[in-house]
Design a protein around this ligand. Structure first.
Ligand SMILES: *[C@@H]1O[C@H](CO)[C@@H](O)[C@H](O)[C@H]1NC(C)=O
Ligand SMILES: *[C@@H]1O[C@H](CO)[C@@H](O)[C@H](O)[C@H]1NC(C)=O
Ligand SMILES: *[C@@H]1O[C@H](CO)[C@@H](O)[C@H](O)[C@H]1NC(C)=O
Ligand SMILES: *[C@@H]1O[C@H](CO)[C@@H](O)[C@H](O)[C@H]1NC(C)=O
Ligand SMILES: *[C@@H]1O[C@H](CO)[C@@H](O)[C@H](O)[C@H]1NC(C)=O
Length: 455
């Protein structure tokens, strides 16, 4: 990309980010008059650029990782999918730290006074800084991830940290918490840095893409998708398109894997899909018809996303998702998947195979009630070992119920999407993924501060 071949362009680009960030900080103060900031004040900790912007300058220097320079564009939204697109970007979820940082600058209740803040945001690009440990030369020092930051917080205006022992601090880590949970005693490390294992950071709230089974520090928030509308009209027109879309496929799986011979849920999905399209599918409850008789032209579709070919190319999977009633979301390397949120965006009802994939993760964005109303869960053990057929379960769901579930899925779209920074005031009245994450963080920190009597 341009940044590799032309360093001047790249530094100009970084400089532009910097200026825009400053500028945004100023306009946000005057643009929106905060209604009620009581209990919602946030102070953005001023960190040296080595903790954020400087880390972007090495974007092409991680050979085992991707060259992530192209994903930096548009404050981490990535490049537009095509020139005339207003809402669609080639977004990489690992850029969430940049996206969130840019959005924090337009948060209406910012304060420059840390003493009056209810929470302190650390604009540290933790997962980008982690690359040198995860994929780089410093793999054997991965227990040190974060120590430099702690050192800074401990020595530079230490009263900000000390006021509440770090309990009011939060940051974004755009990877599964698993990648930061390497026990300190593992030497050399097996996988991951030890950021979340360091006593220094026990008190800090981390917003991650996936939490551990029993998290104390972290809370999972949605993976960013490719959809970042700048105003209400673009959001509305997408919602209309999703509502009108004809669903001709019963179930769809977009992803890779499932080719190994050992029993696993991806393999079961592939087998079932293959059987159904071979035409020798026989089920207990029907012949490719759902209960009141309307046939799907396609019972099952697999969108092959092996080798990451779908990652920055939303058209590949969104078009088929728009035509599917159910989107299967099996666990992969880790229990959660970005595709869960792509599917929701397309109005495709998510089907999960374990609670760690979403139910126990995204409590702020998919609370239990909304989760029950809009998703299907089929335990993976039932499918892999007990012969339960996914097609049978899904074909057994009455059409009226499917219609209600889809309406509920569509209601989730504005809440799990990341709207574009600098969006219209109208769109800002709807709470998106960032708004809900900030709300949850303030609540979590508020409760902690109260419990520990740190007021
Ligand atoms: C970034 O690259 C420069 C030059 O190649 C190198 O000196 C520096 O250590 C790198 N920084 C990180 C964080 O990897
Ligand atoms: C998109 O815009 C850029 C810059 O304005 C231009 O260089 C490029 O050729 C355009 N691409 C297409 C496919 O129109
Ligand atoms: C890390 O340590 C292992 C085992 O001690 C060693 O084989 C490997 O070369 C080291 N890696 C680096 C990048 O130094
Ligand atoms: C974390 O909080 C506890 C009190 O809850 C405090 O004793 C400890 O010093 C804090 N840790 C750091 C690193 O400040
Ligand atoms: C696929 O079909 C074969 C033969 O008809 C059958 O033995 C197998 O159980 C089927 N697998 C699935 C997952 O439906």
């Amino acid at each position: 990309m341009a940044c590799k071949s032309n360093p001047n362009f790249f530094f100009f680009f970084l400089f532009t980010i910097f200026i825009e960030l400053r500028f945004a900080q100023q306009i946000s103060r005057t643009e929106i008059v905060p209604k009620d900031c009581n209990g919602r004040w946030i102070h953005i900790r001023n960190l040296p650029s080595r903790f954020n912007l400087d880390l972007l300058s090495n974007c092409s220097e991680y050979p085992i990782f991707d060259d992530f320079c192209p994903y930096l564009a548009n404050h981490g939204l990535g490049q537009k999918t095509h020139n005339r697109s207003h809402s669609w970007y080639r977004t990489d979820p690992s850029m969430l730290e940049l996206i969130f940082h840019r959005r924090m600058l337009e948060y209406p209740c910012l304060t420059s006074d840390p003493d009056s803040a209810n929470a302190i945001y650390l604009p540290y690009y933790a997962s980008i800084d982690a690359l040198k440990y995860l994929y780089g030369p410093e793999v054997n020092s991965s227990a040190e991830h974060g120590l430099e930051l702690f050192d800074f917080l401990h020595h530079n205006q230490p009263e900000i940290w000390n006021r509440r022992g770090g309990h009011d601090h939060f940051l974004v880590m755009a990877r599964p918490a698993w990648d930061f949970s390497q026990p300190l005693e593992n030497d050399p490390p097996i996988w991951g840095t030890s950021f979340l294992e360091l006593p220094e950071f026990f008190n800090v709230t981390a917003l991650t893409l996936e939490g551990r089974a029993w998290p104390w520090q972290e809370q999972a928030i949605p993976y960013p998708t490719s959809f970042h509308p700048p105003n209400l009209a673009f959001l509305e027109s997408w919602l209309q398109r999703v509502k009108r879309s004809k669903r001709t496929t019963l179930m769809l799986f977009a992803g890779g894997g499932g080719i190994s011979t050992t029993p696993n849920i991806r393999r079961s999905i592939r087998d079932e899909c293959k059987n159904s399209t071979d035409g020798d599918y026989t089920s207990n409850s029907g012949n490719g018809r759902n209960r009141d008789g309307s046939p799907y032209s396609n019972l099952c579709e697999v969108v092959d996303c092996s080798n990451g070919i779908c990652e920055h190319d939303p058209v590949r999977y969104l078009r088929p998702m728009l035509q599917a009633t159910f989107c299967l979301q099996p666990p992969g390397d880790t229990p959660t998947r970005r595709s869960t949120f792509d599917g929701i965006l397309a109005g495709c009802i998510p089907v999960f195979f374990e609670d760690l994939s979403a139910k126990s993760q995204y409590k702020w964005h998919l609370p239990d009630k909304e989760f029950e109303e809009s998703t299907v869960t089929i335990p993976k053990e039932d499918v892999v070992f007990k012969g339960v057929k996914i097609l049978d379960v899904l074909m057994g769901i009455p059409r009226a119920r499917i219609r209600r579930m889809r309406e509920k899925v569509i209601e989730l779209i504005p809440k799990v999407m990341y709207r574009k920074h600098g969006s219209s005031l109208g769109l800002r009245t709807k709470k998106d993924a960032v708004d809900i994450a900030i709300e949850g963080t303030l609540q979590k920190i508020g409760m902690r501060v109260q419990e520990l009597n740190l007021e």
